[in-house]
Design a protein around this ligand. Structure first.
Ligand SMILES: NC(=O)c1ccc[n+]([C@@H]2O[C@H](COP(=O)([O-])OP(=O)(O)OC[C@H]3O[C@@H](n4cnc5c(N)ncnc54)[C@H](OP(=O)(O)O)[C@@H]3O)[C@@H](O)[C@H]2O)c1
Length: 229
């Protein structure tokens, strides 16, 4: 088994590169694209989001389509992928959808110094994983591979994207561009500052462009492991 999962980063952004505005769960995408994302989710072993996304969006992170859930169960898989988050503050509500909805396993990565607190707060609803002195996404990815995760979907937000991309841990980027502006520099961006492996001297490979109603999906192959299809 490879040392880390095949990693697909999926998100939607406004024309000016924002992941949202100051309101929770701004719909940047449309129904047809939500259904496409559901299909991608159903193909993955685990979905990861950052703790701010858990707090502000309260996402369920389940496969929505019954047919896709049934198809997974028929293959001997849980009906939805494992859920993963990472947090240092641990200001996470055990009753939020991330923890309380779905039978699937939930993992919370935190630094060694926060493990005891994490177990006290979230132990009954999640598996707490010691991420080391400071949680690094490479080590987290390797740990997920050890747990049998072959395909990981990273679904935001920008702080998590930045670490996966800057550490060259993403094999495929699926970026959906919505046809409007947010126009607020305090809104969350697709990524924050960082040194990324793709720059004017090393351009990413655009693998596919697809119009889905009023949005556009851009698929980039970011590693030699990119799986077309
Ligand atoms: N458009 C889209 O497709 C999409 C998708 C997802 C989210 N969003 C939006 O994105 C926004 C949130 O994005 P964001 O960038 O602010 O936050 P985020 O990436 O969701 O979460 C960041 C938080 O994750 C934890 N974290 C990240 N890396 C860590 C590490 N190495 N070690 C320990 N903890 C770590 C920290 O949590 P603690 O603070 O708990 O320590 C940090 O504050 C929301 O507005 C949401 O609506 C949009």
């Amino acid at each position: 088994m490879p040392d880390r999962p095949y990693t697909l980063l999926s998100c939607s952004v406004s024309l000016d590169g924002y992941l949202g505005d100051q309101t929770p769960r701004l719909a940047l995408s449309n129904e047809a694209d939500f259904d496409r994302v559901d299909e991608v989710r159903a193909s993955c072993d685990a979905i990861m989001v950052g703790a701010v996304t858990v707090r502000t969006d309260n996402p369920r992170l389940l496969v929505r389509s019954q047919a896709r859930r049934d198809e997974r169960t028929a293959r001997g898989l849980p009906s939805s992928p494992m859920k993963i988050t990472v947090s240092e503050r641990l200001d996470l509500d055990a009753r939020s959808n991330f923890f309380s909805v779905g039978e699937t396993e939930k993992l919370v990565y935190t630094s060694s110094g926060r493990v005891r607190d994490a177990r006290a707060r979230l132990g009954p609803v999640a598996t707490i994983v010691d991420g080391g002195r400071r949680v690094r996404m490479r080590r987290l990815s390797e740990d997920l591979a050890d747990r049998g995760v072959g395909r990981l979907m990273v679904e935001g937000g920008g702080v998590v994207h930045t670490q996966f991309l800057a550490d060259d841990l993403v094999d495929e980027l699926q970026l959906v561009v919505a046809p409007f502006f947010v126009g607020d520099s305090s809104a969350p961006r697709f990524v924050s500052d960082g040194r990324f492996p793709w720059n004017p001297g090393r351009r990413a490979t655009l693998a596919d462009v697809r119009q889905i109603g009023d949005v556009v999906l851009l698929r980039y192959a970011l590693s030699t492991r990119f799986q077309d299809g």
